[in-house]
Design a protein around this ligand. Structure first.
Ligand code: GDP
Length: 296
C-alpha cells in the first residue's frame, strides 16, 4: 500500500537519525536514555522528565537525533519483520565494570543482522572498577574491533550517572548519520511506525508514532495494521499539543479506533472510508487466521 510511485526523490531533504539503544539488563540503557533527554531538553520544557517515554528527539548543536526505547530485542525483531524498521543507528551499551554478558552477545548478533552502523557506549566509566580495555578486548573477540585497535567500531566511554561522554556519543551519532545520508520527503504521503501503544482512560487508544516519510497532520486518515482513524490530536515528545509531526519526529496520536500493535506500520489514506476498509479487511483476515489455527 506504500508503492514506489509514492517516493519522489526531488523533494528529498536530510532527515534526523533514529537511534536505538540495546544492551544487557542493568548495564544502564534506561539511565542513558534518561540522561541524554534531561541533558539535552531545556528544563521546564520537558515537564515530567521522570516519566518514561518510548521515543524523543534531542537537539545537539542544531542537529536533531531521535532516540527510541524498544522494549527488547524481540520487539526490535518484530518491528523489522513487519517492515516498521525505524532504526538507523544502534548503540550497544556495555557496563565498563561488567563487560560482555549473554544478552550483550544477543544484541551484537541482532545489531549485525540489521546492517545498521553500531556504536558501543561503554557505560559506568565513573566506577572505580571500570575497565574499558577489558570491554574492548571482549568485543574485539566478537568481531567488534575498536577503531583505535584498527577496527571500525567506535567505543565511547560514558556515564549515565554524571553525564561524562554524552556529548561525544551524540557527536559520534551525527557523524555516522552524515555518512548514511538519510533522506526523506516531507511532502510525501505520510508513513511511519508505531513504537508503543496503549488504551488511556478517557482518551482512548494512544499510539506513539515515529514519522519516516512525509508529515503527519491532525485530520489525516491513517491505518496502523488492523486499526484506523482520523487523527484527532497529536502531542509531541514533551507532551505539548502540536498540529503535525515532521521527519523522524515522534509523538502520541489520538483518534484510532483500537490499540495498534507496537511495530505496526502507519500509512495515510485519502479518505476515512479507505482507511476503514483496509483496516477492517486486515482485521478480518487476522481473525480468520486465528480461527483456523485454533481449530487445527
Ligand atoms: P537497564 O536495565 O540497562 O535499563 O539499566 P538501568 O538504567 O536500570 O541501570 C541499572 C543500574 O545501574 C541502576 O542502579 C543505575 O543507577 C546504575 N547505573 C546506570 N548507569 C550508571 C552509570 O553510568 N554509573 C553508575 N555508577 N551506575 C549506573
Amino acid at each position: 500500500e506504500y508503492a514506489d510511485e509514492d517516493i519522489d526523490e526531488t523533494n528529498y531533504v536530510t532527515r534526523p537519525p533514529v537511534v536505538t539503544i540495546m544492551g544487557h539488563v542493568d548495564h544502564g540503557k534506561t539511565s542513558l536514555l534518561d540522561k541524554i533527554r534531561s541533558a539535552k531538553v531545556a528544563s521546564g520544557e520537558a515537564g515530567g522528565i521522570t516519566q518514561h517515554i518510548s521515543a524523543y528527539t534531542v537537539d545537539q548543536n542544531g542537529q536533531k537525533i531521535t532516540f527510541v526505547d524498544t522494549p527488547g530485542h524481540a520487539a526490535f525483531s518484530a518491528m523489522r519483520s513487519r517492515g516498521a524498521d525505524v532504526t538507523d543507528i544502534i548503540i550497544i551499551v556495555v557496563a565498563a565494570d561488567d563487560g560482555v554478558k549473554p544478552q550483550t552477545e544477543e544484541v551484537i548478533s541482532h545489531a549485525k543482522a540489521s546492517g545498521c552502523p553500531i556504536i558501543v557506549a561503554v557505560n559506568k566509566i565513573d566506577k572505580e572498577s571500570a575497565n574499558m580495555d577489558m570491554v574492548k578486548a571482549q568485543m574485539a573477540e566478537r568481531e567488534m574491533t575498536p577503531v583505535d585497535w584498527g577496527g571500525d567500531v567506535e567505543f565511547i566511554g560514558v556515564s549515565a550517572l554524571n553525564g561524562t561522554g554524552i556529548d561525544d556519543l551524540l557527536e559520534n551519532i551525527l557523524i555516522q548519520s552524515e555518512m548514511l545520508e538519510l533522506k526523506a520527503d516531507p511532502t510525501a504521503k505520510v508513513k511511519g511506525a508505531v513504537v508503543e501503544s496503549l488504551l488511556e482512560k478517557g482518551r482512548g487508544p494512544v499510539a506513539t508514532i515515529i514519522v519516516q516519510n512525509g508529515t503527519l497532520k491532525v485530520g489525516d486518515n491513517i491505518v496502523c495494521d488492523t486499526t484506523y482513524g482520523r487523527v484527532k490530536a497529536i502531542t509531541n515528545d514533551q507532551g505539548k499539543p502540536v498540529k503535525e509531526l515532521g521527519l523522524s519526529e515522534t509523538g502520541n496520536v489520538l483518534g484510532l479506533n483500537d490499540v495498534p500493535v507496537s511495530g505496526a506500520v502507519m500509512v495515510a489514506q485519502d479518505s476515512e472510508k479507505e482507511a476503514r476498509e483496509i483496516a477492517t479487511t486486515r482485521a478480518e483476515h487476522a481473525r480468520a487466521k486465528e480461527l483456523s489455527k485454533s481449530t487445527k
